[in-house]
Design a binder for this molecule. Structure first.
Ligand code: SAH
Ligand code: AVI
Length: 310
């Protein structure tokens, strides 16, 4: 089965579940990546500016821990906005490998990085990082691998899947490697809910765009007008739950199957888990990492964590 047939099978399997579910990776076509960039500019979406601030305030220490001639492998690199500070400050970086599922957006971002950092080897990889993929060989042998996973994209995975992904990163890092990861922290639920229900409605457009993507790439027939965005913080589970709610009874066709959906029924499109520092440290430990250093902001909204291999 090629990637796209496997993806169609995955989407259909998700729609067969008791709660219809579609993976958040299907947010990211070109428009989805642009809408995510717009989300990062929203006043309510505290994560991006907070993470950038933490990186800025602690860059000398981060660069010291990474050391010289590293290979920087970034999972879910998007527009590589946060990476620029690392590229400017890391010592004699050997190569930058941005990995992302959003093909055109990744290639555009890589071109911009090449123009901004002319001496740097940039080897983008279009891949779904939840499936196995090959890393390119750099022309200069790096001294160590640093896996970079900013943005709290780890939060979009269930605890089991997140631990599995950390294990993959543990392998990619190799013996002398390390992981540098952005992790959103548990906090007052109102602050979190506002971040996913912005007043300009950009997150709603981002959520709905998933259906446009599935219509175009997978021949689905979602009627975008008849779904509304819903994002709620589930305190007990420590996660935001994002859904699309059907405003009328209708039938979805995809992959030769039909799925009735009732008025008021929802499709789950994303979880965004928030962690306590202890909760993340325990998960990292179970995947073979020790959190050597965790930096946070004055309000303890977000954290950046340096994880060494055990
Ligand atoms: N790192 C950036 C972007 C975060 S948005 C930041 O911190 O702002 C999440 C990014 O991960 C998107 O660019 C999306 O295309 C990518 N992504 C999500 N799921 C993915 C998957 N399974 N495989 C590869 N990339 C994925
Ligand atoms: C990419 N990821 C960490 C974002 C998040 O906050 O979970 C995706 C997002 N969904 C809605 N707004 C932003």
């Amino acid at each position: 089965m090629n990637a796209s047939a496997a993806e169609l099978a995955e989407i259909v399997a998700g729609l067969r579940q008791p709660e219809k579910t579609i993976s958040p990776k299907y947010f990211y076509d070109e428009r989805g990546s642009q809408l995510f960039d717009a989300i990062t500019q929203l006043p309510e979406y505290y994560q991006t500016e907070t993470e950038l601030g933490i990186m800025h305030d602690n860059m000398a220490e981060i660069a010291g821990l990474v050391g010289p001639q590293a290979s920087l492998i970034e999972f879910g690199s998007g527009s590589s906005r946060k990476t620029r500070a690392l590229l400017e400050n890391l010592q004699e970086l050997a190569v930058y490998v941005p990995v992302d599922i959003s093909r055109d957006h990744l290639h555009d971002a890589a071109e911009k990085i090449r123009a901004e950092f002319p001496g740097l080897e940039v080897l983008p990889v279009v891949a779904d990082f939840t499936r196995s993929f090959a890393l390119p060989s750099p022309s200069v042998m790096p001294l160590r691998n640093i896996v970079y996973f900013p943005g709290s994209t780890i939060g979009n995975f269930s605890h089991d899947a997140a631990q599995e992904l950390l294990r993959v990163m543990h392998q990619e890092a190799g013996e002398d490697g390390a992981l540098l990861i952005g992790v959103d922290l548990q906090k007052d639920g109102d602050i979190i809910e506002r971040a996913y229900n912005d007043s300009a409605g950009v997150t709603a457009q981002f959520n709905l765009n998933m259906l446009r993507h599935l219509n175009r790439e997978f021949g689905a027939d979602f009627d975008l007008e008849s779904y509304t965005h819903k994002a709620e913080y589930n305190d007990a589970e420590g996660r935001v739950e994002i859904r699309l709610v059907s405003s009328r009874p209708q039938t979805i066709s995809i992959g030769g199957e039909k799925f009735p959906i009732a008025e008021g029924e929802a499709i789950l499109t994303e979880y965004s888990h928030k962690y306590t520092p202890e909760g993340f440290a325990a998960m990292a430990e179970a995947a073979g990492f020790t959190v050597t250093k965790a930096w946070t902001d004055a309000d303890q909204l977000f954290s950046v964590q340096y994880c060494a291999r055990n």
